[in-house]
Design a protein around this ligand. Structure first.
Ligand SMILES: [Zn+2]
Length: 427
């Protein structure tokens, strides 16, 4: 029986990487709704056509190819394989692209094996996943997480409005809401992605089966002390805002130890020290706190511990403190039946694996509450991602695609696939 082909996977990923490739830094520039992004969508539609799939671009710009060789019809729910082909600036060639190319290869292999699935298989390249406009437009639109207000207000960092970018790309923004997919049209949603972190590569593990996407909160914190002359103000008479922040930074491991889990993350990623002059004691420090955990209660506990610790530090250092919560995104959990199915197929193929959270956001998170949704990773060399030297070994791309093929065949051809997986889980 023909299986997935490492040569074809390499060929397709390389072909897509040429769209928006920059010789100077070796990075891929294919931001959502750019001409390069739209060109890949056309390229993909041509591949769908070659495979005899029906294909369309929905109102949000998602490109959807449907493989239904037995002509089971539009009313039959589909097994969806999705990921994205847009990129951040100066990106690598695997992020998102692997999942879409793997989808093509799965359909190609099913066709080569003469498989006529009971449930049509759809391959979707979602629109604007990387958040040029601050969201994940395509996945949000398909799952009902899009509002007209957000759509009209969204703009990128240079001030380009989303609706203008869509019009420029030949889309009618008013049709974005029509991209909604009722849950009953989806049998299951599966995504294969590169890990974008170092865990699998470091632990020499082939597959990371994702149990859920960590929730994330973002705070803007302000510590206010007193700006003073750095020479005349004695050390014990200062209200140094930066010292307060440093104290907090040192408390982070303890906060996680006491309130968090091995999956907790707290990061101070941006600091603005005022007045920012070498000979002046910092009178004010503005900084961000981004916290993550897969458990919503733990996430809440981490947030309240941050607040408690900041208050104590402010008191001790004669500072005032205030903060604003910029966002709070609850964790999203993958379907346990799909996790069992993926785990079972991974074992059958003899691949090493681990069950893990995803610290990064993915299209799948919008599908978690919407339909049955699953995600798995293959290793990123040294964990590098969103950078030109992002790399995943071809053999790992092949293994991930092989696993995807097995899972999709099971879901699309076996009526009871999910029940069987569920039972295996309960045993
Ligand atoms: Zn991605």
């Amino acid at each position: 029986m023909p299986s997935v082909s490492i040569e074809r996977i390499e060929r397709d990923i390389t072909a897509i990487s040429r769209f928006g490739f920059n010789e100077a830094d070796g990075g891929v520039y294919r931001q959502g709704f750019s001409p390069e992004d739209m060109a890949v969508r056309e390229w993909l539609r041509a591949r769908f056509a070659e495979l005899g799939m029906s294909h369309r671009m929905d109102g949000a710009g998602n490109v959807i190819g449907r493989f239904d060789p037995a002509g089971r019809g539009e009313d039959v729910p589909a097994v969806i394989i999705a990921s994205h082909t847009d990129s951040v600036p100066a990106s690598g060639m695997f992020d998102g692209v692997l999942g879409v190319v793997a989808g093509l290869e799965v359909v190609r292999t099913m066709k080569a094996n003469g498989i006529e699935p009971l449930y049509p298989v759809e391959v979707i390249a979602t629109a604007e996943e990387e958040g040029r406009f601050g969201g994940m437009l395509g996945a949000q639109a398909m799952t009902g997480h899009l509002t007209r207000e957000w759509l009209d207000a969204a703009a990128d960092e240079r001030g380009v409005k989303l609706v203008d970018a869509m019009r420029e790309a030949g889309l009618d923004p008013s049709r974005a809401m029509h991209a909604y997919r009722p849950p009953e049209t989806i049998r299951a949603y599966l995504e294969l992605h590169v890990e974008q972190g170092p865990v699998l590569d470091t632990e020499k593990t082939t597959i990371g089966i994702v149990e859920g996407i960590s929730g994330v909160f973002k705070w803007m914190v302000r510590l206010i002390g007193k700006a003073d002359h750095a020479g005349t103000a004695p050390m014990n008479m200062r209200a140094d805002a930066l010292m307060g922040m440093a104290d907090f930074a040192h408390e982070i491991p303890r906060i996680i130890e006491e309130e968090g889990t091995g999956k907790s993350r707290i990061t101070i990623g941006h600091v603005n020290c005022k007045p920012g002059f070498p000979h002046t004691v910092p009178g004010e420090v503005d900084f961000t706190i981004v916290g993550r955990d897969l458990d919503h209660e733990k996430m809440k506990a981490l947030a309240s511990a941050c607040e408690r610790v900041l208050a104590a530090i402010a008191r001790r250092n004669k500072l005032h403190f205030e903060y604003e919560q910029m966002s709070w995104l609850a964790p999203a959990y993958c379907d346990t039946g799909l996790i069992s199915l993926i785990e079972g197929k991974t074992k059958e193929l003899g691949y090493s694996y681990k069950i893990m959270p995803s610290g990064a956001g993915h299209d799948v998170q919008f599908f978690c509450e919407h339909s049955r949704a699953g995600l798995f990773f293959v290793p990123s060399v040294k964990g590098v991602s969103h950078a030109p030297d992002e790399w995943t070994h071809w053999v790992d791309c092949e293994r991930g695609t092989r696993l995807l093929y097995e899972c999709v065949c099971e879901l699309a051809c076996n009526e009871g696939a999910l029940e069987e997986a569920g039972q295996a889980e309960r045993v």
